[in-house]
Design a protein around this ligand. Structure first.
Ligand SMILES: [Zn+2]
Ligand SMILES: [Zn+2]
Length: 399
């Protein structure tokens, strides 16, 4: 192995210490708060596995498919059942076919009647987008301003990143011979370090394959070559070593945001399609979660009297359990204070009130956000990268 390899690290990859941390992998079975255990995987779908494959029934609900859709592996589902299965955990827009385990997404599954995909991605090209390494701009981020203007930005690269002559890398380093093939969503380009080598490299040859929705770089590799070398000295693959996802602006308001605990959706996650349509999702609640009358909590429980003050980024609303109490509670009163950029719920609390508690009586318990309850913004691009990395087998790892 090249002795310089460990010592210098690839300049396109941030050092493992310092500002540019690699993306941490979530635990494969995160344990959410509220003393619950995760739901068994795909209970209904797994039970229906194989035996139903030829029958014209949806393997989720075991009924003839309603508004049927077909995955790219040609399996048939109710559109609502498939979308609900995807949304039970990040990333919302994709998952595996429950029958054959092939990758499936809302962009590749098609409505049987119209032949149209279930959803269209926000963009249909790389041009106009920036791809961030580990979510950071200017740390070898890839900028695709146009077919003739593609470059790597080092504008906020760590001071330790130096060319071999001691100078800092340029703010912008152009991809030469850049080419983009829309049919395969593949970009190729070359970065030449001929005047001053970088980590011993004189040339990097890139192949980047973008995901079906352009949110992440899901495949391809960087091949590094030494001075005058025709054989590659190193190879780093996307997304094993090089983890890039599309830059998205921070939310401008609460509408459109969702917040989850333990990186799991549907475990009392909070959804704000609009402020007055806010709800708690129990769509992936474990079977142990029961109302006091023994029934499971509703899939979506709306917030009553929802209100949002943009100046203080504070949401207030209440949840009414008076018809069937939940853990002895008849009412929960929420105050959520969102962090700047809405990346998390940083403050506020949930006050729980017992059935029959008198007007003016204090709450029976109170949980504080940021202390007892840890909620983070759901970011599709990051969720998709986690999904991708979780799907890599050990032998896929770069070494
Ligand atoms: Zn169904
Ligand atoms: Zn399938």
């Amino acid at each position: 192995m090249d002795p310089a390899d460990e010592a210098t690290a690839l300049p396109a990859t941030p050092p493992s210490a310092g500002a540019a941390e690699p993306l941490p992998l979530p635990p494969k079975e995160p344990t959410p708060a509220l003393a619950c255990t995760p739901q068994p995987e795909n209970s209904s779908a797994a039970a229906a596995d194989e035996t139903q494959e030829d029958a014209d029934v949806c393997p989720f609900c075991l009924d003839p498919p309603v508004a049927p859709c077909r995955t790219s592996c040609a399996h048939l589902f109710c559109t609502a059942c498939l979308v609900r299965a995807f949304r039970s955990k990040p990333a919302w827009n994709r998952g595996q076919c429950p029958l054959c385990r092939k990758p499936a997404s809302v962009y590749t599954a098609r409505d049987v009647a119209t032949g149209a995909p279930l959803a269209l991605p926000d963009v249909d090209t790389i041009f106009g987008s920036v791809y961030l390494q580990g979510g950071q701009s200017g740390v070898a981020s890839y900028h695709f301003d146009g077919p003739e203007d593609c470059y790597i930005s080092y504008s906020t690269a760590p001071a330790a990143w130096r060319l071999d002559d001691g100078s800092p890398p340029p703010q912008r380093k152009a991809f030469e011979d850049a080419a983009y093939e829309p049919a395969t969503r593949t970009f190729t380009g070359t970065v030449r370090w001929s005047t001053a080598t970088f980590g011993g490299d004189a040339r990097w040859e890139y192949t980047m394959i973008f995901s079906d929705d352009f949110r992440v770089i899901s495949g391809g590799a960087l091949q590094a070559y030494g001075r005058g070398g025709s054989a590659p000295t190193r190879r780093h693959r996307f997304p094993h070593k090089l983890r890039y996802w599309r830059q998205r602006d921070a939310p401008q308001g609460l509408a459109g945001c969702a917040f989850m605990q333990g990186s799991r959706m549907g475990l009392a996650s909070y959804h704000f399609p609009a402020v007055d349509a806010a709800y708690i999702s129990y769509e992936a609640a474990p079977p142990e979660w029961r109302l006091d009358n023994g029934t499971p909590p509703p899939q979506q429980k709306p917030f009553l009297d929802p209100a949002f003050d943009p100046a203080t980024r504070t949401f207030t609303g209440s949840i009414d359990w008076s018809t069937a109490t939940f853990g002895g509670d008849a009412r929960w009163e929420y105050t959520m204070v969102f962090s700047e950029g809405f990346s998390a719920i940083a403050g506020g609390s949930v006050k729980c009130y017992r059935e029959g508690s008198a007007e003016g009586e204090g709450p029976s318990s109170e949980d504080e956000f940021g202390v007892d309850l840890m909620y983070e913004l759901y970011v599709e691009e990051e969720a998709q990268m986690h999904h991708l990395l979780n799907g890599l087998s050990d032998e896929d790892e770069d070494n």
